[in-house]
Ligand binder design. Structure first.
Ligand code: ADP
Ligand code: MG
Length: 339
């Protein structure tokens, strides 16, 4: 019998890997916005058409890429963000896996234009099914402009699996807001089918939170701020009367990364304790900063689940900080308000 095992060609391997990283247009939004943030951009513009299904474009004014890097960035495990295994435990960038662009180029038609400040001309590259169709010098502003067209055009089964435009747009807005809330000093905009839906000027954290959640919350936010040698927490919780029956605006960021954590959510809920009715949810935007060696973000490809070295300390700290903030603002218990 002949041997039967073969290495998969890159185009297939990338497509399989893409299944984990790029599930829908919103996943590409997250990855592209994070790349722009990592590139040091101060302005990041997102354009979508048909909920990102036909077009999804991110334009940043970050540091751009060289001609060679512009090709390399589409290779799998190609990254400028880590070099050795130890770097994995001290990550300060949003990305590090070197998978996003390879995945996107495996499942969509991509046009990239990019230029560094030191280069007179930038470079433009077209790539489809992981194959570079052409690359040439071009005039383009400093920064990166990545256009992703016809997501899953070569994988009809995946394309059919996408939800309605309304639903996919909702996912995109969610991801957009999560990144925008983590980086208030960066200007972000979102334009959908030619209409600008968000235009978030750079500002301080409170301004950004209010820009995103709505002006009506300006007077409804209680400042949270505690610092220790081990970690810092800052941000806002809504006054108890902003609690709602449905789980609404609840955001946790760890080292500027939006994360999902039922455990930490419980810490906040327990701090509100009797201030809100049992079955209601307070709004919060809480930011935890701690030494990157104390968190493992390499638990899941989307990096939204993380592991803390010492979960219990964080829980107690979050709970105490929120309790303290609520007490300081002497918010009277208001069990009897109507929702
Ligand atoms: P990762 O972000 O995990 O490194 P990606 O596939 O998202 O992997 O990107 C690969 C590389 O391409 C990055 O490490 C970075 O060097 C470069 N890159 C991607 N997007 C941009 C951008 N918007 N501006 C400058 N460089 C970028
Ligand atoms: Mg990335």
């Amino acid at each position: 019998m002949p041997d039967t095992i073969q290495l998969l060609p890159d185009s297939i391997a990338n497509q399989i890997a893409a299944g984990e990283v790029i599930q829908r247009p919103a996943s590409a939004v997250k990855e592209l916005l994070e790349n722009a943030v990592d590139a040091g951009a101060t302005e990041i513009k997102l354009y979508i058409t048909d909920a990102g299904k036909s077009l999804l474009q991110v334009i940043d004014n970050g540091k751009g890429m060289s001609e060679t890097d512009a090709r390399m960035c589409f290779e799998r495990h190609a990254t400028s963000k880590i070099k050795k295994i130890d770097d994995l435990f001290s990550i300060r960038t949003m990305g590090f896996r070197g998978e996003a662009l390879a995945s996107i180029a495996a499942v969509a038609q991509v046009e990239l234009r990019t230029r560094r400040a030191e280069d007179e001309l930038g470079t433009c590259i077209d790539i489809e099914n992981s194959v570079v169709l052409k690359q040439e010098p071009c005039a383009t502003p400093v920064g990166t402009n990545l256009c992703m067209k016809n997501l899953f055009f070569s994988v009809p089964a995946r394309r059919n699996f996408l939800k309605s435009n309304a639903s996919e747009t909702k996912h995109i807005v969610e991801e957009f807001i999560r990144v925008a809330m983590a980086f208030p000093h960066i200007m972000f905009s979102l334009t959908s089918n030619g209409q600008e839906v968000f235009h978030l000027e750079s500002g301080n954290l409170k301004q950004r939170v209010v820009q995103v959640l709505g002006n009506q919350f300006m007077a409804k936010l209680v400042n949270v701020k505690e610092e220790t040698d081990y970690m810092n927490i800052y941000g806002f919780v809504g006054k108890p009367d902003t609690a709602r029956k449905t789980r609404g605006e609840q955001y946790f960021f760890v080292n500027n990364r939006y994360i999902k954590s039922a455990y930490l959510n419980h810490a906040v809920m327990s701090a509100f304790d009797e201030l809100i009715p049992k079955d209601s949810f307070p709004l919060y935007a809480l930011y935890i900063d701690l030494d990157p060696t104390q968190v493992d973000i390499n638990v899941h490809p989307t990096k939204q689940e993380i592991k803390f070295e010492d979960e219990k300390i964080i829980y107690a700290f979050v709970q105490a900080a929120v309790k303290h903030a609520l007490a300081q603002f002497s918010v009277a218990p208001s069990l009897d308000f109507t929702l």
